[in-house]
Ligand binder design. Structure first.
Ligand code: GUN
Length: 283
């Protein structure tokens, strides 16, 4: 049977290290690191994620400056707030929770964030640096995935790796990081023909489709490493990943559960990115 990659335990261990770093920063700089978190509208899933992020900041001793804006906020209003935060000395990172309401052009908002405060690494400048393999802010979920692989001794070098999903938040950056780590990467998405055949060949599978139970256990190559980024709430309120966990866990050598896999690591990476920006290590 496959071993479970316990993102919850791993993230709790990392939190001790983070708390120490935040204390040291606060002592050295006479103020704690600060993260501005902006949520536009009332998407229920985004509200939960943002609340968890803000709570994690507070528990770590990072100040979170919380901004809740109504759904009808205009692009100009949102970018004006971002520009104000760009200038504040006590704000080290700025996070605009995605997705934004449809009338707001996401790329314009992301481009209004000062790259040195871009805690998600979504600004084209930082994504470009990532593509070039230069030091940059690595988006939180992909950074968490790479951390888990390393912690469990999985070296992507030469491995056949399948990424399902091509979003700017997960699919594209994780495909880039795996390529930089010398994996052979196949990016699959809604137009991919014969997904099953692609998955069957994967030594490492990263699924970020957001479609519960889409990947069947029988598709998993025996001994493969399975990272499930999908998190969907069904009508009974239960959370499910993209991968049919119960059947996949017997074939995989390592597998992340949902919940308790990638999610907690994403939040910890947000804290680590905030500290890194506060120290001025990037851009
Ligand atoms: N929506 C889903 N994941 C993320 C993330 O990592 N950052 C932001 N800002 N929005 C998201």
């Amino acid at each position: 049977m496959g071993k479970i990659i316990d993102g919850k335990v791993m993230s709790e261990r990392l939190r001790d290290k983070i708390n120490k770093e935040v204390s040291a920063f606060t002592k050295d700089y006479g103020r704690p690191p600060g993260l501005a978190v902006i949520l536009v509208g009332e998407d229920p899933a985004s509200s939960v994620y943002v609340r968890n992020k803000e709570r994690a900041c507070k528990n770590a001793g990072i100040i979170s400056f919380d901004h809740r804006l109504p759904t009808e906020t205009s692009l100009t209003e949102l970018t004006s707030l971002v520009k104000e935060l760009n200038l504040r000395q006590d704000v080290d990172g700025i996070l605009v929770q995605l997705p934004l309401p449809h009338h707001i052009k996401t790329d314009q908002v992301l481009m209004s964030i000062e790259p040195t405060k871009d805690v998600d690494g979504f600004h084209p400048y930082n994504l470009g640096r990532l593509l070039m393999g230069l030091p940059t802010v690595i988006p939180c979920t992909p950074r968490g995935i790479m951390y888990m692989l390393e912690a469990y001794g999985v070296d992507p070098d030469g491995k056949d790796t399948v990424v399902i999903g091509r979003s700017n938040i997960v699919g594209k950056p994780i495909a880039t990081l795996l390529t930089l780590a010398h994996a052979t990467v196949t990016v699959c998405h809604s137009h991919t023909k014969n997904l099953e055949e692609k998955v069957r060949n994967a030594d490492i599978l990263v699924s970020a489709a957001g479609r519960p139970h889409m990947v069947k256990g029988s598709w998993i190559k025996p001994g493969a490493v399975v990272i499930d980024v999908g998190i969907t709430r069904d009508k009974d309120g239960r959370l499910s990943g993209d991968v049919d966990f119960e059947t996949a866990k017997d074939r995989a050598s390592l597998i992340t559960p949902v919940p308790g896999g990638v999610g907690p690591m994403t939040i910890v990476m947000l804290l680590m990115n905030t500290i890194m920006l506060a120290k001025g290590h990037v851009a």
